[in-house]
Design a protein around this ligand. Structure first.
Ligand code: FAD
Length: 471
């Protein structure tokens, strides 16, 4: 069959990985087609992930800050929340960005094809969309089909009261009693939003702490604040099943480990299941192109983002953890450049993680827990924000900043920050690791006063609780 469209580069999926790959390909002069099943570009991140969640978290922060202002003599009264207007604000933020992407695609002459794409051969993808079925023949391809929320069995998924993160971001209503299953980043961000809007929130987490993966000391200020705000958190507990009743969803709990304890069954008005995301690699008929896919749906790639088929690359959530937008974009650019013929490979040392909760938690590189598990000899510089003039002025002294460095070389290998704006502050530590900085280099860098960024400089000078000059 004669193809409807022929191109040098085909990108499958228009999330942060895919649009970055497509734009870079076009900028390098490759004739590029971008396939996306939805009318709007941007993937999970822009439409139902990073961006709408942060717009709502901003609203949550304003509600909390207004309440806190009473402490310094300003009383805004009880907030009146107009859900329709809040939803419209979130949609405006998303629309501005997705429209921007369409403009950027047009500017670069990237041909966007709407529809679901599947491989039919190593050089062909068939797209079923609103304009019928089109066959596209490509020389090279970058697969960027992303991931989707895991639908935990045992929940009545046809019931609108059972939500995944996409449903929760719809903001259909503010439930009186909300259960969040999964105390990871996404679950806790949504818990933060709904709690600020007025829901009574309960969180259950299977692991022995919320936000598994981050150091326990970083979690504590968040756990303390959630407790103060009335959010109930059960760790080492799993939600075992749900009965849909007229008056709510009755949820049964079980201990995560034998011998553990679990709360009694409880009824909620809505349940958000946020227990992770599964890659979409298994849904593309990739075998027809000869591309290997793991049982779980991941597509293995090498350090150049190449699959086992040399002219087909894969990037983003479907190549592995961490499933983060900034990893996807980095990989998208790399894949396009390698496909073009540049001799490049993955060289980034670290990928920062941020939970935009309140307080925010951010970490990068080796955590203290990892260092201990691997038997690494590390030093830790830690600066409590209770000693930061800026944090005191903000009334948010619960945070701290820490640097993890190799004890022998003093090179920074990791860091963590908990506190307001931690996500914006972590980049400096990432840069320090990438540049092979020694802890002294940060200590010797003049940080502006009074800022929260000073805490990074101070952490470089506070070792084992005492201010020292390490040299
Ligand atoms: P995706 O964004 O998943 O995009 C894949 C695209 O491919 C989708 O548009 C999909 O429709 C399309 N597609 C799939 N299959 C086909 C097909 N067969 N044919 C055509 N099109 C197809 N990450 C962060 O870094 N920071 C955050 O703050 C953050 N917050 C998040 C909050 C939430 C609620 C969620 C759910 C995720 C969040 N993430 C965040 C994760 C982030 O959204 C993902 O890591 C990122 O979107 C992955 O990009 P991607 O390009 O790999 O795939």
């Amino acid at each position: 069959r004669k193809p409807d469209i022929e191109c040098r580069m085909l990108v499958l999926g228009a999330g942060p990985g895919g649009y970055t790959a497509a734009f870079r390909s076009a900028d390098l002069g490759m004739d590029t087609v971008l396939i996306e099943r939805y009318a709007s570009l941007g993937g999970v991140c822009l439409n139902v992930g990073c961006i709408p969640s942060k717009a709502l978290l901003h609203a949550a922060a304003v509600i909390d800050e207004a309440a806190h202002a009473k402490d310094y003599g300003i009383d805004f009264g009880k907030p009146k929340i107009t859900l329709d207007a809040l939803r419209a604000y979130k949609e405006k933020v998303v629309g501005q960005l997705t429209k921007g992407l369409s403009g950027m695609a047009k500017q670069r002459k990237v041909r966007v094809v709407e529809g679901v794409g599947k491989f039919v051969s190593p050089h062909e993808v068939e797209v079923a969309g609103p304009n019928g079925t089109q066959l596209i023949r490509f020389e090279q391809c970058i697969i960027a089909a992303g991931s989707q929320a895991v639908k935990l069995p045992g929940f009545p998924w046809g019931d609108a009261r059972v939500m995944d993160s996409t449903d929760a971001l719809e903001l259909a209503e503010v439930p009186k009693r909300l259960l969040v299953v999964g105390g990871g980043i996404i679950g806790l961000e949504m818990a933060t939003v709904y709690r600020a809007l007025g829901s009574e929130v309960t969180v259950v987490e299977f692991a022995d702490q919320i936000m598994p993966g981050a150091d326990t000391d970083l979690i504590k200020p968040l756990a303390d604040r959630l407790k103060k705000q009335g959010v109930i958190v059960h760790t080492k507990v799993k939600a075992a099943g749900t009965e849909a009743l007229k008056g709510g969803l009755k949820v049964r709990f079980e201990p995560a480990q034998e011998g553990g304890s679990a709360p009694e069954p409880q009824t909620f008005d809505r349940v958000l299941v946020a227990v992770g995301r599964s890659p979409n690699g298994g849904k593309l008929d990739a075998n027809k192109a000869g591309v290997s896919v793991t049982d779980r749906g991941f597509i293995p790639v090498d350090r150049q983002m190449r699959t086992n088929v040399p002219h087909i690359f894969a990037i983003g959530d479907l190549v592995g953890q961490p499933m983060l937008a900034h990893k996807a974009t980095h990989e998208g650019k790399l894949a396009a450049e390698v496909a073009f013929g540049e001799k490049k490979e993955w060289v980034a040392r670290v990928i920062p993680s941020v939970a935009y909760t309140d307080p925010e938690i951010a970490w990068v590189g080796v955590t203290e827990t990892e260092a201990k598990a691997k038997g690494l000899k590390v030093g830790v510089g830690k600066f409590p924000w209770a000693a930061s003039g800026r944090a005191i002025g903000l009334g948010r002294t619960e945070g701290f900043t820490k640097l993890v460095f190799d004890e022998a070389t003093h090179r920074i290998i990791g860091g963590g920050i908990v506190g307001v704006h931690a996500g914006d502050l972590i980049a400096e530590i990432g840069l320090a690791i990438e540049m092979g900085c020694e802890v002294h280099d940060i200590g010797a860098t003049i940080h502006p006063h009074p800022t929260l960024s000073e805490s990074v400089g101070m952490a470089a000078e506070v070792y084992d609780g005492t201010i020292t000059d390490l040299y």
